[in-house]
Design a protein around this ligand. Structure first.
Ligand SMILES: *Cc1c(COP(=O)(O)O)cnc(C)c1O
Length: 390
């Protein structure tokens, strides 16, 4: 799903003529480790709130247009020292990733498809004209960090260590130009189950007032600029009583994504076939989610119903609901894995999405996918997607 990434070899107008291939790459064997002398007290895992607690150490790797990537540094978690003129602070030259490390009862630590996250991060870096890196070497550095802080991975169903690799421009000039300096850093945050009491289906507000992404834009990359502008619309929706925005695009009201998740619709299509459908990647306005790709592959593997990537419009969902063909809707992403949807407000009307009569919290397919995905992630089922790192 991602195009193979070259190590950036193009001549960079801001960097003279030095070929990038002559510059140093990320080298995990050169990692310098400064261990903390003041380990932090760990919160009881039941008290964890998403993204608020961080482990003892972080990874930092600087890049410079003259030398390439410097030695990876693992050091105590703490503030960054960057120039206030840094382009990341002025022009949103920033990108990030979200991935998780899971530990099981035997103490085996697993990352879920880290190669996909690193490929996506490279595509985000490339879009910002920031330097790319060798994914394998970066994963090695991340492994060193996770293993050093392995006591920070909370044990138990639904618990994990959330990894936040981030790329920023540290170019210290105010002109809008290519970066001569950059930094990648990775911080780790222990997290609890997204739904501690079983699924809690979400209410969506389908909005055409604000547009998250558009063809030719940057919606297919995980760059900070895509997210800052969603906070105000999200607040407006929450004041109306809806927990997430369903982002629409175009006059046809294409259904794109929900909050920061991909969206799946399970229905009986106009031809009377059962179909699981999600928006296609070719327009460039959809984030290529690792969870999205995994769900597509898993469900295609079952061969029980049609699984497609094509454009869905809001009116077609309304029509399916009226005709009793709408079966389930859910969002997908690393944080929640699967997030069932119970209704969508569209043009001022609440459109109910069916939920399983048994518990009224999600559909049956939603539950089944959630179970298969988490079985792989926690290593209850062996799968090549789940990479053991210890
Ligand atoms: C991160 C993200 C997703 C989910 O991607 P995963 O790789 O599955 O975590 C979906 N949509 C948006 C807009 C995102 O930022």
């Amino acid at each position: 799903m991602f195009v193979a990434r070259r190590v950036r070899s193009s001549v960079n107008f801001a960097k003279g003529t030095k070929a990038f291939s002559a510059l140093a790459g990320v080298d995990s064997t050169k990692t310098i480790i400064h261990q903390t002398t003041h380990p932090k007290a760990k919160l009881e895992k039941e008290k964890l709130k998403f993204g608020t607690t961080f482990s003892d150490h972080m990874l930092e790797i600087d890049w410079d247009a003259e030398k390439g990537w410097g030695k990876p540094l693992i050091r105590p978690y703490g503030p960054l020292n960057i120039d206030p003129a840094s382009s990341s602070l002025h022009y949103a030259l920033q990108c990030f990733e979200g991935m998780k490390a899971y530990i099981n009862d035997d103490g085996k630590i697993r990352l879920f498809r880290p190669d996909m996250n690193m490929a996506r991060m490279n595509s985000s870096m490339e879009r910002l004209f920031l330097p790319t890196f060798d994914s394998k070497e970066m994963i090695e550095c991340i492994k060193q960090l996770v293993l050093l802080d392995k006591d920070w991975i909370p044990k138990g169903d639904g618990y994990s260590l959330y990894l936040r690799p981030t790329g920023i421009s540290t170019h210290p000039h105010i002109g809008v130009s290519a970066s001569s300096k950059a930094k990648v850093f990775v911080i780790l945050s222990p997290v609890g189950p997204y739904y501690p009491e079983g699924f809690a289906p979400v209410k969506l507000y389908a909005d055409d007032k604000y547009v998250r992404a558009w063809p030719g834009g940057t919606g297919n990359t995980k760059i900070g600029g895509n997210y800052g502008s969603t906070i105000m619309p999200q607040y407006e929706a929450s004041k109306k009583g809806y927990s997430q925005i369903l982002w629409l695009f175009g006059e046809e009201h294409f259904v794109t994504e929900v909050g920061t998740m991909n969206l799946f619709v399970y229905w009986i299509n106009e031809n009377g076939e059962k179909e699981l459908v999600t928006a296609p990647l070719h327009r460039g306005d959809i984030l290529p989610g690792v969870t999205r790709d995994s769900i597509l592959q898993l469900t295609r593997g079952w061969g029980e119903f049609k699984v497609t990537e094509h454009t869905i419009t809001m009116p077609s969902i309304v029509k399916a609901q009226k005709e009793g063909r709408l079966l389930e809707i859910f969002g997908s992403g690393t944080a929640a894995i699967i997030s069932p949807v119970e209704l969508i407000n569209y043009n001022g009307v609440d459109i109910n999405v069916p939920l399983d009569a048994e518990d009224g919290k999600s559909g049956k397919l939603t539950k089944r996918i959630w179970k298969e995905m988490t079985d792989i992630q926690y290593g209850r089922v062996e799968h090549p997607w789940s990479v053991v790192i210890n």
